[in-house]
Design a protein around this ligand. Structure first.
Ligand code: NAP
Length: 285
């Protein structure tokens, strides 16, 4: 029997309504949450993502600014701008859109974002806090979105075997940490794992973040497993995930569609981090 196709749009709409209410509450006490997004260069996909973030902010009432800088912007110029926003009381979240042009060192740039405004949760201090389980209000957006999807469909994560495919700093590693915090037993597989299917077939919860269309087929999935597809691959002008959706849908317990779930959830968690940062800024004034 085919499993449930997770209704990402409905979950996103519900959470955004909750965020909207929080924004109203904060604005009423003089703390309108504010996000700045900085984009350098002309990467078309990045401009689409940034426009999506700007629209999402407007939808929930978050004040937002987008700074579109030319590709020739130097690292020093970018860092100076970040420091302007570190000091700007109207701005609670700073996001530098990735990828940056090759002459800019992305890791060094992230180091300059004030950790309490690092809404992407990429600053080493926030990564360290995630590792030791310290609650700061900042959570890595894509993995936090996956946890929300699991919870909103009523998944009991504690005690389950969760397998994460991929070990990137943006998705795979923080995903594993958040699942561990939820008391899952966590395995990570990656490109050097000899028999990946042997491990993924043990998963009650399978999260896939690789960047290869249709990498995961029914032979990788335990019947009844919950499958979360983070992948975004543009092939033949269509957006596809890492999971062979049509085939895996037939055996999974529940599965996310691509597009329409993890992507918009990621932006939703960016909004949530901005609101959390605004709330926390009140305690430090
Ligand atoms: P990444 O940095 O390229 O990492 C990919 C990971 O997949 C690496 O750990 C790599 O292993 C592993 N891998 C590669 N080939 C594999 C194979 N054949 N079997 C098992 N593992 C394999 O990518 P990423 O930034 O994590 O992104 C992954 C995907 O998620 C991409 O499609 C990206 O567009 C998408 N994404 C979506 C969102 C969203 O909002 N929906 C957000 C972020 C990313 P090694 O470490 O051994 O090389």
């Amino acid at each position: 029997m085919a499993g449930q196709v997770i209704n990402g749009k409905e979950i996103v709409a519900t959470i955004r309504e909750e965020i909207k209410a929080e924004v109203l509450e904060l604005t009423a006490v003089g703390c309108e949450p504010g996000l700045v997004v900085i984009i350098v260069g002309d990467d078309p996909a990045s401009h689409v993502y940034v426009n999506g973030k700007e629209k999402a902010c407007a939808q929930v009432g978050i004040y937002s600014e987008v700074h579109r800088l030319p590709a020739e912007t130097t690292q020093d110029e970018l860092v100076s701008l970040i420091h302007v926003f570190n000091r700007d009381a109207r701005i609670h979240g700073i996001l530098v859109q990735s990828p940056l042009p090759a002459h800019i060192n992305e890791d060094e740039v992230v180091d300059h974002i004030a950790p309490d405004k690092d809404v992407d949760c990429f600053h080493p201090i926030n990564v360290g806090n995630l590792m030791i389980g310290k609650k700061t209000g900042m959570k890595p957006c894509t993995p936090a979105g996956v946890i929300q999807v699991l919870k909103r469909i009523g998944t009991e994560i504690s005690g389950k075997h969760a397998v994460v495919v991929g070990r990137s700093n943006i998705v795979g590693k923080p995903m594993a940490m958040l699942l561990l915090q939820e008391n899952a037993t966590v395995s990570i597989v990656h490109s050097r794992t000899p028999d990946m299917a042997e491990i993924t077939r043990q998963a009650d919860i399978l999260v896939v973040a690789v960047g290869k269309a249709n990498l995961i087929g029914p032979e990788h999935v335990k019947p009844g497993a919950i499958v979360i597809d983070v992948g975004m691959n543009r092939t033949d002008g269509k957006l596809r995930g890492d999971v062979d959706f049509e085939a895996v849908k037939e055996i999974s317990g529940a599965i996310t569609p691509v597009p329409g779930c993890v992507g918009p959830m990621t932006i939703t968690m960016l909004l949530q981090n901005t609101v959390n940062a605004a709330r926390l800024s009140q305690n430090t004034q």
